[in-house]
Design a protein around this ligand. Sequence first.
Ligand code: ADP
Ligand code: MG
Length: 269
Amino acid sequence: MLEIRNARKDFECGNVMKRTVLDHLSLHLDDGEFVTIIGSNGAGKSTLFNAICGTFLLDEGSIRLDEMNMTMMPEHRRARYIGRVFQDPMRGTAPNMTVEENLSLAHSRSTANPLSFAPTRQEKALFRDRLSEFGMQLEDRMKTKVGLLSGGQRQAVTLLMCTIVTPRLLLLDEHTAALDPGAAAKVMEITRKIVSDGHLTTMMITHNMSAALTTGTRTLMMENGKILFDLSGEQRANMTTETLLDLYSTTTHAKFDNDRMLFEKAGHA
Ligand SMILES: Nc1ncnc2c1ncn2[C@@H]1O[C@H](COP(=O)(O)OP(=O)(O)O)[C@@H](O)[C@H]1O
Ligand SMILES: [Mg+2]
């Protein structure tokens, strides 16, 4: 369960100017909910994730994850409970370590040997098993340095690292946006499997509106640090990219501005 109440964050812009990037935002996620998030550039989507992870403290409001009040908790402690995958495939893994060493490091968080990256025999069997479920032949490359893998393979390894010890919350920030369409589709398929097998409470930012509407059970549209729409059930099931963009325009009297999404719409995906 994630409970964000009245979250406000201002960033300085210039000497005296302040910009409210999270504007009294409230949000409740039940256990196992898979929520997708869309919004124009600069809407505050990544800032919301930073606030949840503790990259900075809120200026106002509170954040709870299950029984924990995280509002004042430092980032490194929150990291024990939260898995996060970024857009950049270089970011989640250590390139000079092998696939199994990276996974072992992530898995060691749950064992008596924190920060250990020499995998035990049982760990190797576990990693091979989990990797083989992806259908990317990664189980045959456990001794390959991660830096030699493709972007899609790296994101798959990062996803497994973030979930090999079950996180209380999984945050995906455009984690397929830097991949070619084939790899992006594959990583999305793996994502859906990991989330559904582990019943993980998940938030996924995406620029792909149709993926947002068809993945998970709920879609948030953010705008100016607020949640503009919170779609679920029948309303979401009946929504298409076009009707959602129309709803956006009539509500905000503006055109949706997400360069990457419009680029893809023009057929350059
Ligand atoms: N650390 C920071 N300092 C100042 N401004 C920031 C910082 N992080 C983000 N911003 C600003 O906050 C706004 C929201 O950014 P972001 O959350 O990254 O948007 P997006 O919805 O595209 O992920 C942007 O205007 C961005 O420039
Ligand atoms: Mg962002």
